[in-house]
Design a protein around this ligand. Structure first.
Ligand code: E4P
Length: 222
């Protein structure tokens, strides 16, 4: 069953979303982290504690492979459930390859993936997760969900173990479509998660049930 991650570094959003029982992980990125106040390391530690054993993706800011590896190790030391987000690219692939080697490899999530070839390379280098950016592809007139479908088909055909995290999700329809396309995970902003819950007919239905009950049996409670 497709998992839902929350794409957020905001503690209130994370706490609220976790209480709904639907969230299996967190993804952050430098833009999301920069919106929060205070130092990043304690914030990451707090988020990781809230998630228990579930994964929290935290992105490196370095751009050279060796620096990415050093930074990734520092970040990974903050908590055992951290997944290191590495931007796609040659330096990124080298870093993923080094980090994922050996018995106690650090799990990597290759981010900013916009093509099947990038996804294949990320998985070959050792990524545990690859993140195609659905909304940003749609923004330039391409087909974000189509990319997820093609990736899912190829990963299944070749038994590629990396999990596909459909990212850059902009609305509930994206979630439904990436689920149908075969994404293993969709990471959604809190605004989209709330939209997924709501339906006007549900609200009207509850209102009508309560009204009918109150009219017929104003005194009775279970
Ligand atoms: C994924 O992990 C990214 O944090 C995120 O989904 C990017 O989404 P955006 O295109 O809305 O910034």
């Amino acid at each position: 069953m497709m998992q839902i991650y929350l794409d957020s570094a905001n503690l209130e959003e994370i706490e609220e979303a976790l209480s709904w029982g639907v969230i299996s992980g967190i993804t952050t990125n430098p833009t999301l982290m920069a919106k929060e106040t205070g130092e990043s390391a304690p914030l990451v530690e707090k988020i990781c504690r809230m998630l228990g054993k579930n994964p929290v993706s935290v992105e490196v800011l370095s751009t050279a492979a060796e620096d990415m590896v050093k930074e990734a190790k520092r970040i990974a030391n903050l908590s055992s459930n951290i997944v290191i987000k590495i931007p796609m690219g040659i330096e990124g692939l080298k870093a993923v390859y080094q980090l994922s080697q050996g018995g106690k490899g650090i799990k990597c999530n290759v981010t900013l993936v916009f093509s099947v070839n990038q996804a294949i390379l990320a998985a070959r280098a050792g990524a545990a997760y690859v993140s195609p950016f659905v909304g940003r592809l749609d923004d330039i007139g391409w087909d974000g969900v189509g990319l997820v479908k093609e990736m899912a088909d190829i990963f299944a055909k070749h038994k590629i173990g990396a999990a596909i995290i459909a990212a850059s999700i902009r609305h509930p329809r994206h979630v439904r479509e990436v689920a149908a396309a075969g994404a293993h995970i969709a990471t959604v902003p809190f605004s989209v998660l709330k939209q997924m819950v709501n339906h006007p007919l549900t609200d009207l239905g509850v209102e009508r049930f309560l009204r009918d009950w109150a009219q017929a049996r104003p005194e009775e409670v279970f």
